[in-house]
Design a protein around this ligand. Structure first.
Ligand code: NDP
Length: 237
């Protein structure tokens, strides 16, 4: 297991699902982990007690508050931007405010958090966004706005990798396919449809996504930048 002793790590959106698995992975490797949450106070407090990580409540859609939290953690070694929401449905009837809030959380927040972290990031730092294979492929109706957000992450990753590369800072997206979580339960109504698009016909476990995240964040990830690391059981193949 890659060791993160002495490393300062901030995970945005760490109370549940993939984010919680990432918090556990870094904490188990002795990183100094802080994570944010918005609505799941009980889950966040339980995870903090379990792992020794620090939990901070901040809504990623609140730009100034988010920037203050990122700045307040001091020089980071690793920033993982996991917080994300999914709004699906007929675009002709979807609530435009809900769509805009998703864009705030999935697009605006990653950009501002990444830039703020880079202002004072340690050399060879790591900025990792949890994107989605839906940035590459959207094989069903009703998720155009979500796909928009995950494709936008790709453009940001490409550009910021070039902006910060001279300091050894890498910027990448991890792109999960269907992954068991509250957002996309393995036993949910869309599961078998999703599996029909996959070579390995199951949801990923959040721990599998966390392990890939740790690899990209570790010393062996030094030459991985501006890239999209897809972990989707062949969903996008
Ligand atoms: P969950 O809904 O299970 O968990 C989402 C996490 O993000 C929670 O910890 C939640 O915290 C946090 N979060 C959401 N909105 C905010 C906000 N405004 N401010 C701060 N934190 C927030 O989702 P997943 O674990 O499934 O997804 C995590 C990421 O992975 C997302 O970016 C998602 O798009 C991406 N992804 C997921 C896939 C899947 O199949 N599960 C597939 C591809 C990508 P709280 O509850 O405290 O608000």
């Amino acid at each position: 297991m890659t060791d993160f002793t002495g490393k300062t790590i901030l995970v945005l959106g760490g109370s549940r699902g993939i984010g919680a698995a990432i918090v556990r992975r870094f904490a188990a490797a002795d990183g100094a982990v802080t994570f944010t949450y918005a609505g799941s106070k009980d889950a966040a407090e339980a995870l903090a007690t379990e792992t020794g990580a620090e939990a901070i409540r901040v809504d990623s859609a609140d730009r100034d508050a988010l920037i203050a939290v990122v700045a307040g953690r001091g020089p980071l070694d690793v920033l993982v931007i996991n917080a994300g929401t999914l709004v699906m449905g007929d675009p002709l009837t979807l609530d435009p405010d809900a769509v805009d809030r998703m864009i705030d959380v999935n697009v605006r927040a990653p950009y501002h958090a990444a830039v703020e972290a880079a202002r004072r990031m340690n050399p060879n730092g790591r900025i990792i966004v949890i994107g989605s294979v839906n940035g590459d492929r959207m094989p069903f109706a009703g998720a155009a706005a979500y796909a928009l957000t995950k494709s936008a992450v790709q453009g940001m990753v490409r550009g910021l990798a070039r902006d910060f590369g001279d300091r050894g800072i890498t910027v990448n997206a991890i792109q999960p396919g269907p992954t068991d979580s509250d957002m996309n339960p393995a036993g949910g109504p869309m599961a078998s449809f999703m599996h029909s698009h996959m070579a390995i016909k199951r949801h990923a476990h959040a721990e599998e996504v966390a392990e890939l995240t740790a690899f990209v964040a570790g010393p062996h990830g030094a030459m991985i930048t501006g890239s999209f690391q897809t972990i989707d059981g062949g969903f996008g193949a």
